[in-house]
Structure formats: structure tokens, C-alpha cells
Write a protein that binds this ligand. Structure first.
Ligand code: GLC
Length: 720
């Protein structure tokens, strides 16, 4: 018998249920959901009633509790310690949406590795990341946690993160089990309101929201967290069709499902379970392994089993999966391997700081740069740094920064001062990020008037981004717009440094400012990275992972829309349009400026036709035609002009970020498999349909600027 079979044979029902219970034991430091957290209940651990713990931090506390589980519980089964290590533990990289803007899968992986090393050294074994919910609605605050609007980007991001967190061997003491979350389509909550119902078509689910999860599973992610929400009436946390039939059976997922916070118990509120026992039975039967923080499994699973609502075999199967993950993580052999370091609490090491600084610099996204106001000369007149985020650490590390240490976070004022030692810099808040106190605006105007150039550090307070932070009006908060208007009115060149977790719909500001640099929430080294870009030491290369709306009324606006029978025609009234604003976003997906210029040659393909099973290689030459070195991202889109179902006008298939010296050129080859041409038929089965396809290369999803080549998939000769 295997160790797991032996353990299951020896376990009481209470001990089995205990293995499925995950509770929060660290509420004094980290709170990630409603309700009172348990105090560390040593007794429950000793009795085997708790199998996993979240939010307990500090390796000594974790190791002490682990010792009780291993040495004092009847069966000595180790605990699994989980935490939201989202974009860092001590040393924070940019928030995921910002990091996505770097379009650098190697960096996405490297920062996950860094986070894993720091978290594992603090005795954490499981992270609730990567969050790979695509989002096309910036009203939803959690758009900050994910990779933006595109399914291909989401899939590449998912793979990079799973690889980075887990490494090649889960048993390694610095391997952090990854959780792909929140399965699935949580990003499509109605009207962008967090926790609201989701209703997307099966087609959109399969085309847009599932691919990143399929990629994570294919990459071997250890866990999946089903979303809180229902999908067209099917709450995901209790849905056997999705969790077991689709993901376990069809995709071959072998890891565990960990519920979202209280999501199993919330099946009652969703109206699909009459009481906790029914909720527990439904979730267990669906395939949910760990119940995070709901009363359902700990209090009501036993009665559910007794009432015959769910079979004991389902319990045993879930327990086996959880034990199997603990085994794969090496917890039975070496329960204290993670966190074994005896050094004092690690301070971020220089090479870690250098990595997150480089990633932050690569994620900063330059939306506009009129008259080439940026980069700023390192000598010259005074610089007025104005705005509520000039000196705040929160708006550097963002809303979900783990234990991201504010004390070691470099603020804008610090980073900019370091980048411009020879220029005088004044720092004035002007207003706060929230509230209606405008009394500091006059001082800000005076500071602007005394300066040669203004850096305006404004945006969205981190507190208003993230979970439970939906905004009906995603724009500047408090009196920041008044501050911006007053400073712009001085006539001084104003460079907006926009800290935000989502596109902020303030078109007037981006039109009037001399330049706008989107910082997102850039992480522990944010201030230094901004200094690098403002001074030209780093050349900005961030590209928008989401379309940036002109106005709230356009939401959702995304590049992958389908054709209409009445495409927009300015000369024809009865075509698709708003009468009061353009259809196009203010800045398209992929937009972002550089201090240099790039050009692409017309793409070519080796052969104009191909057959099923063959690959297609699209080639183009990228040239840096400007006068400084820089990086840009080249996107390859596919269009299928005629298919059995109407396909999106553009589908991203590949992207590559390339660094080139001034004047240098590089040939890029993108190879596509036949499967890359496939679409879902009316039966939702993927097939590559014969006929013409257009392959387009470009620097963004602006269709007018793409360069295109056609290829044809030949029909198979008929069998005679
Ligand atoms: C939550 C979140 C989830 C997180 C969990 C544990 O409320 O929805 O993303 O992993 O709590 O902190």
C-alpha cells in the first residue's frame, strides 16, 4: 500500500475532513476576507481537524505549528501553509497588470521565482497565484491582479508564472506550489461589480477565459481556485461539470482545488444549497478539495455524509489529492525544509532589487510624449514634483503586496532625486489622494510656477484598486483633477506620472499634459525605475495589456471584437457607432511609446499555401530607426475573413519583445502550427478550416497601422 492509501485507511472521518479544512490563522497581520479568523488553535491542529493554514506569516510561527502537526497529531500529517504571494513577498515586482505591460515572459518567470524563494524561505509552500482572470472592464478593481484583456497573453503569462513559482521540482525547498485563479470568467462580473454574477456565452468562455487556465494546467500548476461567482447560474465552486468533467477529465488536471475564501459556504447564498450540509456535499461532489474559511466542510460535511448527500468515496478521493500534493511538496519527508534558514529575516538582496527595478522600468508605459519633453536633461532648471503620490510607498507597491516592505520601498521623490542629483527638486503634495480638501492647490501652483518642468504624481490610491474595489467611475479621485487643471493652467510642461491599477478615463488630461507615463503600481523599486525612465537611463518599453477607453461609456472596449454587418462608416448613418464619442479606445491594446522609433518591413511567408499539419513561418524585419537603443514589442495577429462562425477581427497569436541598438535591424520569424489557425465551430469543437487567412504584424492592435500577408490553408483532397 502506498503511504497515502495507508493513511486514508487509518484515518477517522473527522481526520479526513480535517485534511480538507484550510483556515486563516494570522488575522493580526493579513486579512483577506470577511469574518473572524481563528486564533491559532493548537488543539485543532493536534486533533487533526485542520490540514491547511492561510495567512499565518513568520517562519518561526509556521515552524512551531508545523511541529505540533507532525509531532503531536495522531497521524503526524504535515500542514500546508498558503499565502497570497502575488507579485512578491518582501521584494515587490510591479503589480501583475503592470508587469504584463513589459511583455517579457522571461521577466514574468524571474519575478515569480524571486517571490517563491522569499516566500519559501519564510516557510510558505503554496501561493494563491497566478491570478489569470482576463478582464475587459476596468471598473472591476481586480483587473490589477491579472494579465489584461487577451487570451494569448494570459496563457503565456500563466505558463511563465507557474514555471517561476514552482520551478522544476515541487519537492525543492524553494518550490512554491502555484494556484491558477479564479476559475473561470471572474473578470466578466456584471458591470464590473466585484462578486456579481457572470453570464458569458460558452463560446466566449472557451475562446477568451479558459485558455489561460488550460495553459496553467498544461504547465503543471499544483492547484486551481474556483471563482466565487456563478457562470450563467452555475456557481463555479459547486460545479462538477466544469471542475471535474472539463478540467480533471478532459484537460487531465491532477492537482487540488482550493476554494476561494468562504466560497463553499456561500453556495447557500447563491441559492443552490439549502443549508451548509448541502453546500458541503455539492462542493465535494463537484471536486472541491480544500474549503478555505467556510463552515461547510468543518461543520457540515460529516452530517452531509451521514445524510447520504455525498459519498464517502468522494471524501477519500479529495483527501488523497491533498495528501498527494503534500507528498509532492516533500512535506512528509522534510516538513521543515521551507524556512529552515537560520539567518535573520532576510532583507531584500541587491540582485533582487536590481531585478524588480529592471522589471518596473520595462513595465512603465509612455502614453504620450509631446515635443519629446521626455527624457529630461540631467542638468537644467528646477523640477517641481507635485501630487499626493510623490512620497507614498503604498502607491508604489499597490493593493496586494504580500509583506511588501514599505520601509524598503523607494518612493518617487527618492528615486527622482537620485536620478537628477544636479537639478533642484521641490516636492509638494497639493492634495490628498482622496477627500475634498483643496487648500494645498495654491502651494502646488506656486511650486509649478517656480519650476522648469512639473512632474505630476497622481492617479488612483492603491486602496481603491484590487478586490472589493470596483469603481463605477475609474478616474482621478478626490481633488486630483482640480490639482491637475490648476497646474496645467500655469503653462509649464506637465509630465503626468500616473499610478493606477487600471486605465483611468481622463482623456482631457492625457491630451493636455506634455507627457503621460503610466506607472501602474511599480513595486519596491518603483521610484528608482521612474527615475531611470525620466532621465533616459532606461528607455520606456511598456505596452498596454488592455485597451484604454476614452470614456466609461465605451466599456467594455477591447481589440478582439467581432465584425459587424454594418462596420463604422463616417459617411453612413446606419453603421455601428456612438453619436457622442468614437468607437476606438483612446489608446489601443499594445500602445506605448519609446524614446526611439521602430519600423517593420512588410511580412512575408515562405509559401503562400499550406496543408493541415504543416507550419507557417511569418517573417518581418524590425529596425530601430531612431537615435538611441530601445526595446519594442512586435505583435502577430491573425484574421480569418471567412469561416463557419464569425471570428474576431484580430486574434493575437504571438508577440516578441526585442531590444535593438540605434540603427540596428533584426529579422523576426514567427512560426504558427495548424492549430493556431483553428476556430471553434458552431459545436464548439476546434478545427482549422480551409481558406484564406491574414497574418498581420504591428506595434499595437490599431488595425490601420498593421502590415499584412495572406496565406491559404488548402482543403484536404477528397478521398476517393
Ligand atoms: C480572497 C480572494 C482570493 C485570495 C483569497 C485568500 O478573498 O478572492 O484571490 O486568494 O481570498 O486570501
Amino acid at each position: 500500500m502506498s503511504r497515502i492509501d495507508e493513511l486514508i485507511a487509518a484515518m477517522t472521518v473527522d481526520e479526513k475532513i480535517g485534511q480538507l479544512v484550510m483556515v486563516s490563522l494570522g488575522a493580526e497581520t493579513i486579512v483577506t476576507g470577511p469574518g473572524a479568523a481563528h486564533e491559532p488553535s493548537v488543539e485543532e491542529v493536534r486533533e487533526g481537524r485542520i490540514g491547511s493554514v492561510l495567512n499565518l506569516v513568520g517562519r518561526d510561527r509556521i515552524r512551531a505549528l508545523q511541529r505540533i502537526a507532525v509531532e503531536e497529531s495522531r497521524l503526524g500529517i504535515p500542514l500546508l501553509f498558503g499565502l497570497d504571494v502575488v507579485h512578491g513577498y518582501f521584494t515587490d515586482a510591479p503589480v501583475p497588470l503592470g508587469e504584463t505591460a513589459a511583455f517579457r515572459p522571461d521577466l514574468w518567470e524571474a519575478t515569480a521565482r524571486l517571490a517563491a524563494e522569499e516566500a519559501c524561505d519564510e516557510a510558505i509552500a503554496l501561493t494563491f497565484a497566478p491570478m489569470i482572470d482576463l478582464a475587459r472592464d476596468p471598473r472591476w478593481g481586480r483587473i490589477v491582479e491579472g494579465p489584461g484583456e487577451d487570451a494569448h497573453v494570459g496563457s503565456v503569462f500563466a505558463r511563465a508564472k507557474v514555471r517561476g513559482f514552482q520551478g522544476p521540482d515541487l519537492a525543492h525547498p524553494q518550490a512554491l506550489a502555484a494556484t491558477a485563479k479564479h476559475f473561470a470568467a471572474y473578470g466578466a462580473v456584471t458591470a464590473g461589480r466585484d462578486y456579481a454574477s457572470v453570464d458569458v456565452s460558452e463560446r466566449t468562455l472557451h475562446e477568451v477565459y479558459l485558455p489561460a487556465f488550460a495553459a496553467a494546467v498544461d504547465e503543471g500548476c499544483a492547484a486551481i481556485m474556483p471563482a466565487f461567482v456563478d457562470l450563467a447560474g452555475r456557481p463555479m465552486s459547486g460545479d462538477r461539470g466544469y471542475l471535474t468533467d472539463l478540467v480533471r477529465r478532459r484537460w487531465g488536471f491532477e492537482g487540488i482545488y482550493v476554494s476561494d475564501y468562504d466560497a463553499v459556504g456561500e453556495l447557500v447564498a447563491h441559492g443552490v444549497a439549502a443549508d451548509m450540509a448541502e453546500a458541503a456535499a455539492r462542493a465535494l461532489d463537484a471536486g472541491m478539495d480544500l474549503d478555505m474559511m467556510s463552515p461547510a466542510y468543518p461543520k457540515a460535511l460529516k452530517p452531509a455524509l451521514e445524510r447520504g448527500l455525498v459519498a464517502m468515496t468522494a471524501l477519500d478521493a479529495a483527501v488523497a489529492r491533498v495528501l498527494r500534493l503534500k507528498e509532492r511538496l516533500g512535506l512528509f519527508e522534510a516538513p521543515h525544509a521551507r524556512g529552515a534558514a537560520t539567518s535573520p529575516r532576510p532583507r531584500p538582496r541587491p540582485e533582487r532589487r536590481a531585478l524588480v527595478r529592471a522589471v518596473a522600468a520595462a513595465s512603465l508605459t509612455l502614453l504620450a510624449n509631446r515635443d519629446r519633453v521626455l527624457p529630461l536633461a540631467t542638468t537644467g532648471g528646477p523640477i517641481a514634483l507635485i501630487g499626493p503620490f510623490a512620497t507614498t510607498a503604498e502607491e508604489m507597491i499597490g493593493p496586494w503586496s504580500g509583506l511588501g516592505d514599505q520601509e524598503i520601498t523607494v518612493t518617487l521623490a527618492e528615486g527622482i532625486a537620485a536620478a537628477f542629483p544636479d537639478r533642484r527638486i521641490t516636492v509638494t503634495a497639493g492634495v490628498a489622494g482622496e477627500g475634498d480638501d483643496g487648500s494645498g492647490i495654491a502651494a502646488a501652483v506656486a511650486a509649478a510656477e517656480a519650476a522648469e518642468v512639473v512632474l505630476l504624481a497622481i492617479g488612483e490610491p492603491a486602496r481603491l484598486s484590487g478586490e472589493a474595489a470596483s469603481r463605477a467611475r475609474p478616474g482621478l479621485t478626490g481633488r486630483q483633477a482640480d490639482l491637475a487643471r490648476a497646474v496645467l493652467a500655469t503653462g509649464k510642461p506637465v509630465v503626468v506620472l500616473l499610478a493606477c491599477g487600471r486605465p483611468l478615463t481622463e482623456a482631457w488630461l492625457y491630451e493636455q499634459a506634455a507627457a503621460t507615463l503610466v506607472l501602474w503600481y511599480p513595486g519596491s523599486e518603483g521610484g528608482n525605475a521612474v527615475g531611470d525612465v525620466l532621465s533616459g537611463r532606461a528607455n520606456p518599453s511598456g505596452r498596454l495589456p488592455v485597451s484604454w477607453p476614452v470614456d466609461i461609456g465605451q466599456i467594455p472596449v477591447f481589440y478582439g471584437e467581432r465584425p459587424t454587418g454594418r462596420p463604422f462608416d463616417p459617411n453612413e448613418h446606419f453603421t455601428t457607432r456612438y453619436v457622442d464619442m468614437p468607437n476606438a479606445p483612446l489608446f489601443p491594446f499594445g500602445h506605448g511609446l519609446s524614446y526611439t522609433e521602430f519600423a517593420l518591413s512588410d511580412p512575408t511567408v515562405a509559401a503562400a499555401t499550406f496543408r493541415a499539419g504543416e507550419t507557417v513561418t511569418v517573417s518581418t524585419e524590425l529596425a530601430n530607426t531612431g537615435s538611441v537603443a530601445g526595446a519594442t514589442t512586435v505583435f502577430l495577429f491573425l484574421t480569418d475573413p471567412v469561416a463557419s462562425t464569425s471570428r474576431p477581427l484580430l486574434e493575437l497569436k504571438r508577440f516578441e519583445t526585442v531590444e535593438l541598438a540605434a540603427g540596428a535591424k533584426r529579422r523576426l520569424d514567427f512560426t504558427l502550427a495548424t492549430a493556431d489557425f483553428a476556430c471553434l465551430g458552431a459545436d464548439l469543437v476546434a478545427r482549422a478550416e480551409p481558406g484564406a487567412f491574414w497574418l498581420s504584424v504591428g506595434f499595437s492592435a490599431d488595425r490601420k497601422a498593421l502590415k499584412t500577408v495572406a496565406v491559404r490553408l488548402e482543403a484536404e483532397p477528397a478521398l476517393v
